[in-house]
Write a protein that binds this ligand. Structure first.
Ligand code: AHM
Ligand code: MG
Length: 345
């Protein structure tokens, strides 16, 4: 690429300004919000990148509301997102995997009409082993009709999202974004310090031969989940008539990013180790944003029975089963579950 070509590439700022002015697709406050989230992700990327040089590795010695040990970087990423977003006047409140209750924008700052939800550092068990991790975020509009903001304002189905994305901190730092008209990817140019548009209209192939699931839990799954994976494992000689490959990074952002890049199916199903939990992943700030991004790229996302984006949340940190990725495979898994339910009825 010549220098002129690289100069011609759009920055995230330009992409958003065009979405605002040319397409009329996003209001100015939402544009500001996305830019500020991107700026926070840039800071998190630099912190992640410092690794052992930055005294940021290891456990913080505390637990989050889900009873999981917090890493120092979980807390740094959470604080970075809050500090970057609280003063801009675009937000009413925030919610995070790392905070038990919502964070209302303090009175000393102007209040906006949006709600921001995030998992500040997903896959953080991978930090110390230098595997890709990421930030996941979802944006909702505060419902009208009452003053102030409370937790119930966040309990909106995923189809109400107005923006969603993730930033993956890997060999490259890439921001993947939707505002409801397709998916765009922006790569962080460290010399310029800005995100540059590197892919637009991302499309996920409808068929795939690659699945991602934590196979060590197989004995705990429901029968239709076991059936799907057993059939994949049979390969060419089995009913599927094709050989499957398996990948599991144990970092949802990385597994989803692979699917965005070349297709595949990702599953974190309910299992009987903790029968009262519908799954491991969180609906509002993991499954909803990822589900919308996947749909916007032509894929599908269900909880093995219904579309994730149609689920009406009951609690801020609610969990959900997740099946997402290449459309035809997601539909097959979902069909197996619904058929099994019908046979039982
Ligand atoms: P986290 O939000 O606490 O990091 O947990 C979510 C992560 C996902 O990134 C990943 O898909 C999953 O947990 C891995 O789970 P497991 O360790 O069971 O393989
Ligand atoms: Mg997470």
């Amino acid at each position: 690429m010549t220098r002129r070509d690289s100069l011609r590439r759009d920055s995230l700022t330009r992409y958003l300004v065009e979405k605002q002015h040319v397409d009329g697709h996003i209001p100015p406050q939402l544009r500001l919000l996305i830019e500020i989230v991107a700026r926070a992700c840039k800071r998190i990327s630099f912190a992640v990148n410092k690794g052992a040089l930055g005294e940021i590795m290891g456990n913080a010695g505390s637990e989050n509301v889900q009873g999981e040990a917090q890493k120092k970087l979980d807390i740094i990423a959470n604080e970075t997102l809050i500090e970057a977003n609280e003063w801009g006047g675009h937000l009413a409140a925030m919610a995070s995997e790392e905070m038990e209750t919502i964070y209302v924008v303090p009175n000393r700052y102007p209040q906006g009409e949006y709600l921001l939800l995030f998992d500040p550092l997903d896959g953080s068990s991978n930090i110390d082993v230098n595997v890709s991790i990421g930030t996941i975020f979802s944006v909702l509009k505060k419902p009208e009709g009452h003053p102030g903001v409370d937790q119930s304002d966040f309990l909106q189905a995923g189809c109400q999202q107005v923006a969603a994305g993730y930033c993956i901190y890997g060999p490259q730092t890439t921001l993947v974004l939707t505002v409801g008209d397709g998916v765009a990817m922006f790569t962080l140019d460290r010399e310029q310090g800005s995100f540059i548009l590197t892919e637009e209209n991302v499309r996920i192939p409808e068929d795939t031969k690659e699945f991602a699931i934590n196979m060590s839990n197989m004995r705990h799954w429901e029968a239709p989940m076991q059936r799907y994976i057993e059939e994949c494992l049979q390969g060419e000689e089995g009913v599927r008539g094709k050989n499957f490959n398996m990948r599991w990074i144990a970092s949802m952002v990385s597994d989803v990013h692979r699917i965005m890049t070349r297709g595949g199916i990702f599953m974190y199903p309910w299992d009987k180790r903790e029968p009262n939990k519908p799954g491991k992943l969180r609906l509002l700030y993991e499954a909803n944003p990822m589900g919308w991004l996947i749909e916007q790229a032509g894929g599908a996302a269900t909880n093995a029975r219904q579309r994730i984006l149609d689920i009406q949340p009951q609690a801020l940190h609610e969990r959900v089963s997740v099946v997402l990725g290449s459309k035809n495979e997601v539909e097959q898994v979902t069909r197996y579950h619904l058929e099994a339910d019908q046979a039982k009825a």
